[in-house]
Design a protein around this ligand. Structure first.
Ligand SMILES: Nc1ncnc2c1ncn2[C@@H]1O[C@H](COP(=O)(O)OP(=O)(O)OP(=O)(O)O)[C@@H](O)[C@H]1O
Ligand SMILES: [Mg+2]
Length: 195
């Protein structure tokens, strides 16, 4: 799930643990799951585009967004995870970390601490590191970064030459850039997001 090679094996059956909360119970293979999620996301994006004037820097919007993107596929869409993961904060800390992150983001915007792109990319990195949901963190928080970039007068990011549906080298570059950001070097992620 947070495995960077996630999408490689479309023909692999899902493990029982991976099926938890799966609403479309006919789904057996990873490829089928990816397709169902993609259909849901496309519908969710139509909703996103009607939110042009909504404040996006809050927990409620993020959860609504996650529910719109994944709610036809996963019962737990829009709910924060309740179990620990390799990546991400302890479940009990998710809400406060999210709040802190959005507060910081608002401060950066107000004080123009960074350029608009950098504010949005830093927000993505912080949110994905918290890893609030059981799955869909990458997609949800990249979209939040895109929406913030647009609100700050920029284009949405490309997230690599073909976007991150390309699962090979682009994905590796993205993960490496996230790790650099973990080590306080935001430049590779900033560059990747516009490459
Ligand atoms: N080592 C890492 N350091 C920081 N972030 C990471 C690391 N590995 C993965 N991530 C982030 O976690 C995401 C995967 O989490 P999750 O499976 O919840 O999201 P997703 O939306 O299903 O992912 P994606 O659509 O990107 O495949 C990756 O897209 C990336 O943003
Ligand atoms: Mg995933």
């Amino acid at each position: 799930m947070s495995d960077p090679l996630d999408g490689l094996a479309g023909g692999t059956p899902l493990e029982p643990a991976e099926r938890e909360g799966l609403l479309q119970t006919w789904i057996t293979f990873r490829g089928e799951l990816n397709e169902a999620e993609q259909t849901n996301i496309s519908a969710g994006l139509a909703w996103v585009h009607r939110q042009a004037r909504k404040d996006i820097l809050n927990e409620g919007f993020m959860r609504n967004l996650h529910r719109r993107l994944f709610g036809d596929v996963w019962a737990w869409a829009g709910e924060f995870r309740s179990t620990p993961r390799d990546l991400g904060v302890e479940p009990a800390l998710i809400r406060s970390e999210i709040r802190l992150t959005f507060d910081d983001t608002r401060y950066w915007i107000e004080k123009q601490t960074y350029q608009p792109d950098e504010i949005a990319v830093r927000l993505h990195h912080r949110l994905v590191l918290i890893h609030p949901f059981a799955n869909g963190n990458g997609r949800t928080t990249r979209l939040i970064a895109d929406l913030l970039a647009e609100r700050l007068g920029r284009e949405p990011f490309t997230w690599g030459p073909q976007g991150l549906d390309d699962i090979g080298e682009t994905r590796a570059r993205y993960i490496a850039a996230l790790k650099a950001a973990d080590d306080h070097d935001i430049e590779p992620l900033l560059e990747f997001a516009r490459s």
